[in-house]
Design a protein around this ligand. Structure first.
Ligand SMILES: NC(=O)c1ccc[n+]([C@@H]2O[C@H](COP(=O)([O-])OP(=O)(O)OC[C@H]3O[C@@H](n4cnc5c(N)ncnc54)[C@H](O)[C@@H]3O)[C@@H](O)[C@H]2O)c1
Ligand SMILES: [Zn+2]
Length: 358
C-alpha cells in the first residue's frame, strides 16, 4: 500500500507471478482514468489487454462474468494469464471470480481503486457475483497473489464513495478496536478531504484487522462471521433498494439497526449505538433510518441471505465497542427470533409510503 504505487505495478506483479499475459479487468469509470497507465506499466498491448464492463453493482452478475470470460477465451488467454482487478469492490469481486474459474483458476492481483475496496473487499479472498435471489450468492474463495493499493487513486473517487468506504472502517473499529473507532471521528475531516496520509492510516489499520480475522478463519466457519456486523440487515436494505443505496450506506444503516437489535436482546451495551452514530455522522454517512420497504419484505430478503441457519436469523452483534459477542455455544453469531427482528425493523426504520419518496 502506498502513494503512487501504480507506477510500480509491473515490478510488483512480476515479482508475484511468472506470467506471460495480463488480463486487466475494469469498469467504465475506472478504465478511462487508469486503464492506459496500467496497460503501459504491464508491457503494453503485447502483454496485456483491457476488459471493461459498465460500472455499477447491477453489473456484478453471471452475465458480465460470462461476457468477460468469453472475450478472454476468444483472445486466446491461456493458463499463463494473470488477471488484474483494477477498480472498486464490484470489479474486485467480479474479476476475482473470473480468475477463480478461468481454465479452472488462474492467479489474480487486486488493484483496488475505491476506499471500500482498499479497506475491505480486496482482502480476504472472497469473490463472486449477485443473483436475483440476493447478493454474492455465487462465487468462490480465491486469494489474490498480491494486493496493490495506490491511495493516490482516491483523488478521483466521488465523495459519496469516500464516505461509503469509511462505513467498513467504522465496522472494523466496532468489532475489534474501540480506540480505532474513536480515532476515526478525529480523522474524519482529513479523510473526507482525501489527505493521502490519513487515507493510508485508515487503510493500514483496517486491513490489519480484517487480515487478522480472516487468517484465523479463511473459509468462514467461525470468527470471520464477525465481519458481517451490519451486513445482514444492510444487504437486505441494499437489495430491496434495487442497489440505489450504496453498499457502505446500507451497512451504516444495518449497523445501527443491528446494534439496536443487540441492545434489545440484552447483548449489546447501549453506548455502542451512540458512538456508532457519532462516527457515522462524522463521515457523512446516513443515520436517519428510513426505507420504503416493509419490515416483512426486509425479513424475507434476509431469509434469502446465506447467513441464515435452520430458519432462525443469526446476527454478528457487538457486546461492547471493540468486542463481539459469542452465543452460549461459542458461536460468533447470535440467534434472534423473527418476531424480535420485525419489532426492531418496525421501530428503527421510518416506513415511508411510496408516495412520500422524492
Ligand atoms: N469480497 C469481499 O470481501 C467484499 C467485502 C466488502 C464489499 N464487497 C463488495 O464490494 C462492492 C462495493 O465496492 P465499491 O463500493 O468499491 O463499489 P464499486 O466497485 O461500484 O465502486 C464505486 C464507484 O466508484 C467508481 N470508482 C472506483 N474507483 C474509482 C476511482 N479511483 N476514481 C473514480 N471512480 C472510481 C466505480 O466505477 C463505481 O462507480 C459490493 O459489490 C460489495 O458486495 C466485497
Ligand atoms: Zn461490506
Amino acid at each position: 500500500m502506498g502513494d503512487g504505487l501504480l507506477s510500480d505495478l509491473a515490478r510488483l506483479a512480476d515479482q508475484q507471478s511468472r506470467t506471460h499475459r495480463y488480463a486487466v479487468i475494469t469498469d467504465s469509470n475506472v478504465g478511462p482514468l487508469y486503464g492506459d497507465e496500467v496497460l503501459v506499466q504491464l508491457g503494453g498491448h503485447d502483454r496485456s489487454s483491457l476488459f471493461q464492463f459498465p460500472a455499477g453493482e447491477q453489473h456484478k452478475t453471471r452475465a458480465t462474468w460470462q461476457s468477460i470470460t468469453d472475450q478472454m477465451l476468444a483472445a486466446g488467454f491461456g493458463r499463463d494469464t494473470t488477471v488484474i482487478a483494477l477498480g472498486g469492490g464490484v470489479v474486485g469481486d467480479l474479476a476475482g471470480f473470473v480468475a477463480a474459474t478461468y481454465l479452472r483458476g488462474v492467479p489474480h492481483i487486486q488493484v483496488p481503486t475505491s476506499l471500500l475496496a482498499m479497506i475491505d473487499s480486496s482482502v480476504g479472498g472472497k469473490t463472486g457475483v449477485d443473483t436475483v435471489h440476493g447478493k454474492n450468492l455465487v462465487g468462490a474463495f480465491h486469494q489474490p497473489v498480491v494486493v496493490v493499493a495506490d491511495v493516490a487513486t482516491i483523488a478521483t473517487l466521488p465523495a459519496s464513495h469516500v464516505s461509503a468506504g469509511m462505513a467498513e472502517a467504522i465496522k472494523h473499529g466496532t468489532i475489534a478496536d474501540a480506540a480505532y473507532l474513536r480515532s476515526l471521528v478525529g480523522l474524519s475531516d482529513r479523510v473526507l478531504e482525501r489527505d493521502p496520509n490519513a487515507i493510508a492510516e485508515v487503510v493500514k489499520r483496517s486491513v490489519q484487522i480484517k487480515a487478522d480475522v480472516v487468517s484465523e478463519d479463511e473459509r468462514e466457519q467461525g470468527r470471520r462471521a464477525v465481519l458481517n456486523f451490519g451486513h445482514t440487515i444492510g444487504h437486505a436494505l441494499e437489495a430491496v433498494s434495487g442497489y440505489q443505496l450504496l453498499h457502505g450506506e446500507a451497512v451504516a444503516l444495518g449497523m445501527l439497526a443491528e446494534a439496536e437489535l443487540g441492545i434489545r436482546l440484552g447483548i449489546t451495551d447501549a453506548g455502542v449505538l451512540t458512538e456508532l452514530e457519532e462516527a457515522l455522522s462524522a463521515m457523512r454517512l446516513p443515520t436517519e433510518l428510513s426505507t420504503s420497504a416493509e419490515p416483512a419484505t426486509l425479513l424475507k430478503a434476509m431469509a434469502q441471505d446465506k447467513k441464515n441457519r435452520q430458519g432462525s436469523v443469526r446476527f454478528a452483534l457487538p457486546e461492547r465497542l471493540g468486542r463481539m459477542a459469542r452465543d452460549p455455544g461459542g458461536d460468533w453469531t447470535c440467534s434472534a427470533s423473527e418476531s424480535v427482528v420485525i419489532g426492531v425493523l418496525s421501530h428503527v426504520f421510518k416506513h415511508k409510503s411510496h408516495n412520500d419518496l422524492p
